[in-house]
Design a protein around this ligand. Structure first.
Ligand code: MLT
Length: 200
């Protein structure tokens, strides 16, 4: 996978950045820096193409997910994270995944469906992909997520479902609600930044 790695200071957070549909590995770099100016950043480009737009897994129309692609691409992303973490000598448990939209959805899927040491995630405008095949405990996971009441892409029921999936397996979930749409706002960025600063 294409990725950018930028080393931060020792005390900075370690952030994995996962863009939304049509983005690339550069899209969330400024956001990562804003969340923690001293962070180490590892930013990926999704390998799937949809009419020239990069994504992290295939779909057959809005919110019609291709589940085979989802599983394959989740495995691919996890392998890449494991490999780069090994090369850079960064323990997997130190990473915080930061995803927007499609990138948030694959990050949530990774937490819910793979027993990886990844523990923390900031999910901007995620939704449930409707997969709930595991029941291992998520009590070591901490998730911050944002919801826009006027989001034309994420149905309310679908974000409620994601929160339920996380909470019923004991993940700690912090929710930022706004009246906005699908875009990332300064208010939510500031809330995510505050949450991140309190994470250990
Ligand atoms: C997805 O396909 O993952 C969601 O609909 C969000 C998006 O449009 O990227």
């Amino acid at each position: 996978m294409h990725s950018i790695f930028q080393e931060g200071s020792k005390k900075g957070k370690k952030l994995i950045l996962l863009h939304g549909t049509g983005g690339d590995e550069t899209s969330l770099m400024d956001i990562g820096r804003y969340l923690d100016e001293e962070a180490t950043l590892l930013s990926f480009r999704g390998t799937v193409q949809e009419e020239g737009m990069n994504r992290f897994f295939k779909r057959n129309g809005l919110n019609q997910f291709d589940y085979e692609s989802l599983e394959q691409e989740t495995d691919r992303l996890l392998r890449e994270i494991q490999q780069i973490s090994q090369e850079k000598a960064i323990p997997i448990s130190e990473w915080v995944m930061v995803g927007y939209s499609n990138g948030a959805n694959i990050a949530a899927h990774l937490l819910l469906e793979r027993t990886a040491a990844l523990r923390q995630a900031i999910l901007f405008h995620p939704m449930s992909l409707g997969v709930d095949s595991q029941d291992f405990s998520l009590k070591d996971k901490q998730v911050w997520l944002s919801v826009g009441a006027n989001d034309p892409i994420v149905p309310k029921a679908s974000v409620d479902k994601l929160v339920e999936q996380l909470k019923k397996r004991d993940a700690r979930v912090s929710i930022f609600k706004s009246q906005q749409g699908h875009q990332i706002t300064l208010d939510e960025l500031n809330d995510a930044k505050k949450w991140l600063s309190q994470m250990k």
